[in-house]
Design a protein around this ligand. Sequence first.
Ligand code: SF4
Length: 352
Amino acid sequence: MATEQMTRTRSTALFVPELVYFEPDALLYPKGKRILEWAQNKGLPIHMTTSHNRITNFPGETELEKYRIAKRTLVVGIRKTLKFDTSKPSAEYAMPIATGCMGHCHYCYLQTTLGSKPYVRVYVNTDDILKAAKQYIEERAPEITRFEAACTSDPVGLEHITGSLKEYIEFMAKEPLGRLRFVTKYHHVEPLLDAKHNKHTRFRFSVNADYVIKNFEPATSAFHERIEAAGKVARAGYPLGFIIAPIIWHDGWEKGYEELIVKLHDALPPEALDDLTFELIQHRFTKTAKNVIERRYPKSKLEMDEAKRKYKWGRYGRGKYVYPDEQATALREFITEQIFDKFPNAKIEYFT
Ligand code: SF4
C-alpha cells in the first residue's frame, strides 16, 4: 500500500476557492445564479460586495497571508468595460473572461498589473462581451481578427466554475472572420473537448524546462498532466500550440530545453502535428515586478539581477530588463533548432 501510494502520481486538483464574493447584480444573470448554486453546494463562505474592484479585508495577519487568501478568493461580477485592449504579438485584441489566477508562478506579470487586487474575478455578462467581440470583428472585416482570452487569467483553470470558455469557443466557431486563442498551465480540459470549435480556436499550453516548472510554477498542473491534456485537445481536432515562456537562462538550460522538446515530441499524438505552433518568450522583469516578487516569494530562486540584463525601453517610460543580445540569440537559436529538428512542420510564430 505504502509503495503504491509513493509511486502513484498525484493529480492536480480543480480550483475550489476559500471565499466567494458576489456583486448583487451578478445574481440577475443565469451564470451568476449557477455559480452561486455551485458555491452553496460546496459549502463555501459567501459574501456580497458592491464592486468586484474593491474587495479588502482579507483574513490573515501578514501581507503574505492576505495575498495567499486573496489568490484563493473568487469574485463574481459584471464586466463593465467592454473596450478590449490590444494584445500584440499573439492577437489583435485581449478578450475579457476573467482577471486574476489561482496559480503562484513567481514570474507572472499579473503580480504587477493586478497590484493590490490579486483575487480571481469572473464575469457573468458574457453575452455583452461576445457582442463587443462581434463589433471588433466587423470593424476589421475582411481581415481576420484574433482574440486572446488568457491575458489576465488562466481561463481553463476556471472553466469548471464558469463555463465561459466553451461559450467563447462556440461563438467563434460561427464567426468566419473571428479566431480565439488562449494558453493554460492547467490540464482540466474535459469540459472543452466536445465544444463545437470549427478549428477557429487555437488551444495552447504553456510549457517549460523542468527547472522552471519545478522552481517557479507552484499551484499549476504538472508537465505530464499538461502534455496529456494537449494530446486530448489535439484528438478533439483543435489547432494546438505551445508557448515556451518564460525562457530562463539557468545552469544546464540547453539540456533542459532540449529535453522539453524531446518530451513533447514523444508524447504528442500524430493529430497534434497537423497544425502546430510555438511562441517563444524570454524572461523579462520590471523594477516594480522585482519588488513585488521579492516580497511575495522571498525564497524564490528567480534571477532578477539588473546588472546581468539589458534594459529595453518601453511605452510610457515603462522599460523592462531582458537578456543581453548574445544570450537572447543563443536561447532563440538553440530552441528554434530543437523545434525544427523534432517538429519540421511546426510554425514558430515569434520570439520576443
Ligand atoms: S498560471 Fe499563468 S496566469 Fe496563473 S499565475 Fe501562472 S503565469 Fe500567472
